[in-house]
Design a protein around this ligand. Structure first.
Ligand code: ADP
Length: 199
């Protein structure tokens, strides 16, 4: 394992990319390969929504429209998940951070634990491919935000306007990387592993 992982003694990955770029699929495979804890803020929100918790009800208002859930809500939930799982070999953050304040909060949280983000990897997929993939996923995902083309396009525009800045945030520290998100799941996974092994 490379220097970044040695420094922190843990492997903390940010899996990045637009909605529908395959983060969830690849995160599941990376978890098996590197023995990490997968933290998906989208999954955490859907769990809360399924249980009709106050947090879930709050998140639902935003998610249904394709907007981001407010930072303070998202950051609080993320922190709980991280601090309640301290003994792991590292984390894969999927769908987080999506804004600069979220990235700063993550950096602070990890640094309080004597850790840091080892690397951010962006899966690159173009906008039209994404719309098709998400509409297709919507046929079976049961996610209302996957069934409405207008909501999907809103999510893509939020990604391009706001979330993409997170790439630059980690790029300043030389930690951002890109991998093509088009091709077979296995080929994309191999490209990810090649990169992670060098972190
Ligand atoms: P996708 O990446 O396919 O859009 P996710 O499951 O990651 O799906 O997220 C679904 C929705 O949950 C987002 O559109 C947003 O409303 C909300 N959400 C997820 N993560 C965050 C986050 N880090 N900050 C704010 N909102 C979030």
């Amino acid at each position: 394992m490379g220097t970044a992982a040695k420094e922190n003694d843990k492997l903390n990955l940010v899996l990045f990319g637009p909605p529908g770029s395959g983060k969830g699929t690849q995160a599941a495979k990376l978890v098996d390969q590197y023995d990490l804890l997968h933290i998906s803020t989208g999954d955490l929100f859907r769990y809360e929504m399924g249980n009709n918790t106050p947090l879930g009800l709050k998140a639902k208002e935003y998610m249904a429209k394709g907007d981001l859930v407010p930072d303070e809500v998202t950051i609080g939930m993320l922190k709980n998940k991280v601090v309640s799982n301290p003994g792991v070999k590292g984390y894969i953050f999927d769908g987080f951070p999506r804004t600069i304040p979220q990235a700063e909060a993550l950096d602070t949280l990890l640094s309080e634990m004597g850790q840091a983000v080892s690397g951010l990897i962006a899966l690159e997929v173009d906008d039209e491919e994404i719309v098709q993939r998400i509409l297709n996923r919507g046929k079976s995902s049961g996610r209302p935000d996957d069934n409405d083309e207008e909501v999907i396009r809103k999510r893509i525009s939020v990604y391009n306007a706001e979330t993409s800045q997170v790439f630059d945030h980690y790029n300043k520290a030389g930690k951002s990387h890109k991998v093509p998100g088009v091709g077979s799941i296995e080929d994309i996974f191999e490209a990810l592993c090649t990169l992670v092994d060098k972190l």
